[in-house]
Design a protein around this ligand. Structure first.
Ligand code: PEP
Ligand code: MG
Length: 318
């Protein structure tokens, strides 16, 4: 345990002015957790649990899921692990989930909508996560929230499973629809933390498919509309004292990081390989200067102008 505490102290990330910024990694398998640990990740801000559910004929049972989540927790001892509930549907189909053929799967039964329609999947996954030891290391995150009622439904299920045991597990949400970003203050009143999924937030804000090559060049999270929604999410989270993180691709973008910190984000979850570079960058940033930068870019009219302005900012860094 002393070795783990020492490693944690060495890996702790602060900006140049001493503000604590948690630097986490996104994981898609237990192997990723080993890589993340080697790269100095302070935990995981997003475990994409779809890896357990895709390319197979039946859903994984509670024991199989728990073993995978436990392996991830064990690879990052003493560090927070944010496990995202199944985000299936849309671009991520599963054969045993009888979802109807949909004309617009990205606007249909995906994420928490699909899981709430199959309560046995939700319950099994919650039980598996709640079974990981030590209790509380794993936190739970709900994907694709559009309405507060979805968070309430998940919390009710979790409370029922936890029962009177008194186990404390944080339950947070992803902010990846414009609806969630605009109502972040309402959601933050009932969620333990917020984490912005800039990939989907960009797709749904711009109404541009993130996988469509024809529009790919314009699907930029630095679009002023997306940045304004991130700003709104940060102020909504701050109103209730919640941590606002980013686990979407903008957290792994060197030009995105100064803007995100300036907007009030205090947790970044990047690809495992990018953790050292992200930390090195954060350690050079002064948050007052990032706030000034954020104020400026929020008034610019395009992602291109915003990127040019941020590039000038990073070139001036000592
Ligand atoms: C996101 O949408 O930004 C996100 C992190 O989730 P995913 O990329 O898995 O949809
Ligand atoms: Mg997403």
């Amino acid at each position: 345990r002393r070795a783990a505490a020492l490693a944690a102290a060495q890996d702790e990330c602060r900006s140049a002015d001493g503000t604590r910024i948690e630097l986490f990694a996104n994981l898609g398998s237990p192997d990723d957790a080993v890589t993340a640990a080697a790269r100095g990740a302070e935990g995981s801000g997003l475990v994409r649990t779809e890896f357990l559910f895709m390319d197979r004929a039946t859903a994984p049972d509670e024991a199989e899921q728990r073993a995978s989540y436990q392996a991830i927790a064990d690879a990052l001892p003493g560090r927070p692990i944010i496990i995202r509930l199944l985000d299936i549907g849309g671009d991520k189909p599963a054969p045993y989930l009888p979802l109807a053929q949909e004309q617009n799967p990205m606007l249909g039964q995906r994420g928490i909508r699909a899981t709430l329609a199959h309560p046995e999947l939700l319950e099994t996954q919650l039980r598996a996560i709640l079974g990981v030891r030590p209790a509380g290391q794993c936190r739970i995150m709900v994907p694709m929230i559009a309405s507060l009622s979805e968070l309430r439904a998940v919390r009710a299920t979790m409370d029922r499973i936890v029962g009177t045991s008194g186990a404390q597990v944080q339950l947070g949400v992803m902010i990846e629809t414009p609806a969630a970003a605009v109502t972040a203050d309402l959601i933050a009143a009932e969620a333990d933390f917020l984490s912005i999924g800039t990939n989907d937030l960009t797709q749904y804000t711009l109404a541009m498919d993130r996988e469509n090559a024809a529009v790919a060049a314009s699907v930029d999270a630095m679009h002023p509309a997306v940045l304004r929604l991130i700003a709104r999410t940060c102020s909504g989270g701050a109103r209730h004292g919640r941590v606002v993180g980013v686990c979407g691709g903008l957290a792994s973008d060197p030009l995105g990081i100064p803007v995100l910190l300036g907007l009030g984000v205090t947790e970044l979850s990047t690809t495992p390989g990018f953790v050292p570079e992200a930390k090195a960058l954060v350690r050079r940033l002064d948050l007052d200067r990032c706030r000034d930068l954020a104020r400026i870019v929020l008034e610019l009219g395009s992602a291109t102008e915003i990127r040019a302005r941020v590039r000038a900012f990073t070139q001036e860094l000592a």
